[in-house]
Design a protein around this ligand. Structure first.
Ligand code: AGP
Length: 594
């Protein structure tokens, strides 16, 4: 994610920019930088956190400037890839939050027109585009530049000799903070709350022209009005965008995360990973490795890849992998790790590489160790995940696995077309689940009084049961177990009874009838049943004590809607029990020890 900031007023810009950036670090910060306009543009940036930058940055004189915290998407965290980025003559500086999907061809075009590039970033095309279109009016040049850009952006532009800042947004948040003889531009409210509580929210397609005493908003070159809002939140509340916990905020970000992750990959023309090469080499099997929630994503990946590529997939717990026999040389392996720093996952990668296996990492953090030691990396676009309980990163991992399998699928064109349509509808289907929060809250109130719970599912819903149990365990401290429904009769039946509810994930696929039978058998042993079932499923209503309905989707996508419902169930159950939801006891967001 990362964030942008701009200041223009009558005070020295540097300390204000650094203070605002510090308030935005929660949006991710693996590098940062500022640029200040005095006589000319002076810039300082590095792959450090804001506090460090504030300590080492030279004094940059001037009362207008821009700043940025970066969470790398294209190009590792480094001094040269950090923002702001400049044009050829160092007269235009730009900070950007978002992803430019067509940057490769824009860069090729600009290089052919004589522009020199220094970084690996997508962002650097923007100052060069503005330079290309500049004819004496900065906002017109910015409007022309963003017309060429495909993707998401919140940008702030500074140009030597121009007593104004220009900002523009599409699909990334951007606000203007209104001060007295000074104004602010920022990715989010927390940045400016020390200076003002009066803000204007820019809308997609808006271009803001800001001077110390004026703010103009343009749309398609015409001036428009935007409402001023008064902010009543504290900085901490604002960082959570008004949600009580980061976990709930991150659960609600999933429709956007799905769009961002799919948006990134459905644009890519050259194969990102050489699955095609593997397939053409007659790939006998594939190996997936991960830990915790990422392991559950891999288990779901198995069902997807086996159905679409008709290639057997072995899924292993990374921490167990080092005790297995030597992997076959040339095995194709996918290692999934949100943080990219999980010690067990890194150890597995090193072991695989030790025997010349090709390793593809799926990770959420650019520049993480996994992305550096794997042969190839696919990034999820979940943005920074603060809450220890992984939620949006899991959904983003599934999107990558769907995209991979569909890109190299052996399924017929009709099936692929319907899956593609289903994938595109997922953001709105997930939104429907989020909109049914109240029903889930009622179920959570019921569940919160129990200490032992089973989650059951069959087929692609079995790993969903595992993930539901993990979320409930780590947030509410209830002892929950996920089980393949058919396994209950081989032991766990002994634990059933009135004090042990069973949560059944009932997808409308080839496991449906068997799940109905499983529910009857569980009920017969006295356990209350809460079922997750597709809207319109009357049979379940007659069997289960409580039902959470999810929207109708293709069976292959049922894990997405079901897991989001289970994330909410875990969140509200933990809330009922007064648990420290974002930082549960004994757990860390990234487990860097074996
Ligand atoms: C999930 O909510 C947990 N935080 C944990 O199980 C996590 O998934 C596991 O530690 C793996 O982390 P990674 O994806 O960063 O490698």
């Amino acid at each position: 994610m990362g964030s942008v900031i701009g200041y223009i007023g009558d005070k020295q810009a540097q300390p204000i920019l650094l203070n605002c950036l510090a308030k935005l670090e929660y949006r991710g910060c693996d590098s940062c930088g500022i640029a200040v306009l005095g006589g000319s543009i002076e810039l300082y940036k590095d792959a450090v956190r804001v506090k460090e930058l504030a300590k080492v940055a030279p004094q940059l004189g001037g009362t207008m400037g821009i700043g940025h915290t970066r969470l790398a998407t294209h190009g590792e965290p480094s001094q040269v890839n950090a923002h702001p980025h400049l044009d050829c003559h160092g007269t235009i500086a730009v900070v950007h939050n978002g992803i430019i999907n067509n940057f490769r061809e824009l860069k090729r075009q600009l290089i052919s027109e004589g522009h020199n590039f220094v970084s690996e970033t997508d962002t650097e095309v923007i100052p060069h585009l503005i330079e290309k279109y500049y004819r004496g009016n900065l906002e017109e040049a910015v409007e022309a530049a963003v017309r060429d850009v495909e993707g998401s952006y919140a940008i702030v532009v500074l140009r030597a000799g121009e007593p104004r800042l220009v900002a523009a947004r599409k699909d990334s948040p951007l606000i203007i903070g209104i001060g007295d003889r000074e104004n602010f531009i920022a990715s989010d409210v927390p940045a400016i709350l020390d200076y003002t509580d009066r803000v204007i929210y820019l809308e997609d397609g808006d271009v803001g022209v800001v001077t110390p005493d004026s703010i103009k908003i343009r749309r398609d070159g015409i001036e428009v009005d935007r409402e001023e809002h008064k902010i009543l939140w504290s900085v901490e509340e604002a960082q959570k965008a008004g949600y009580e916990h980061f976990m709930l905020k991150e659960i609600h970000e999933q429709p956007k995360v799905i769009r961002d992750t799919l948006g990134e990959y459905t644009q890519v023309t050259e194969p990102v990973v050489d699955l095609a090469v593997m397939r053409d080499r007659g790939l006998e099997s594939m190996l997936m490795l991960a830990c915790g929630t990422s392991y559950h994503a891999a288990l779901i990946g198995k069902y997807i890849v086996e159905e679409l590529l008709r290639t057997p997939v072995r899924v292993e717990i990374a921490s167990e992998f080092s005790y297995y026999g030597q992997p076959l040389a040339g095995t194709a392996a996918i290692v999934i790790t949100q943080s990219g720093e999980t010690a067990d996952a890194l150890k597995a990668i090193k072991r695989l590489k030790g025997v010349e296996c090709r390793v593809v990492a799926i990770t959420n953090v650019v520049g993480s160790t996994a992305s550096r030691i794997a042969d190839q990396t696919i990034y999820t676009r979940a943005g920074p995940e603060i809450s220890v309980a992984a939620t949006k990163s899991f959904t983003a991992q599934l999107m990558v696995l769907y995209w991979l399998a569909m890109s190299y699928s052996k399924a017929d064109a009709r099936r692929l077309a319907s899956l593609l349509m289903g994938l595109r509808q997922l953001p709105s289907k997930v939104q429907q689940v989020l909109d049914s929060e109240d029903i889930i809250l009622e179920c959570a109130k019921y569940l919160s009084r129990y200490e032992d719970v089973f989650f059951i599912g069959r087929g692609i819903s079995f790993p969903v049961a595992l993930e539901g149990a993990l979320k409930l365990k780590e947030t509410s401290y209830i002892h929950a177990e996920g089980y393949a429904a058919g396994e209950l009769k081989h032991g766990p039946f002994a634990l059933l009874g009135g004090d042990t509810p069973v949560i059944a994930i009932v997808a409308r696929d080839n496991t449906y009838e068997a799940m109905l039978t499983d529910i009857k058998e569980v009920k017969a042993r006295g356990s209350p049943v809460m079922a997750l079932a597709e809207e319109g499923d009357e049979a379940i209503g007659e069997l289960a004590d409580l039902v959470i309905t999810v929207p109708r989707v293709d069976a292959m996508f049922s894990p997405v809607v079901n897991v989001v419902a289970l994330q909410l169930l875990a969140y509200y159950t933990a809330k009922q029990r007064g648990c420290p939801i974002d930082s549960p006891r004994n757990l860390a967001k990234s487990v860097t020890v074996e």
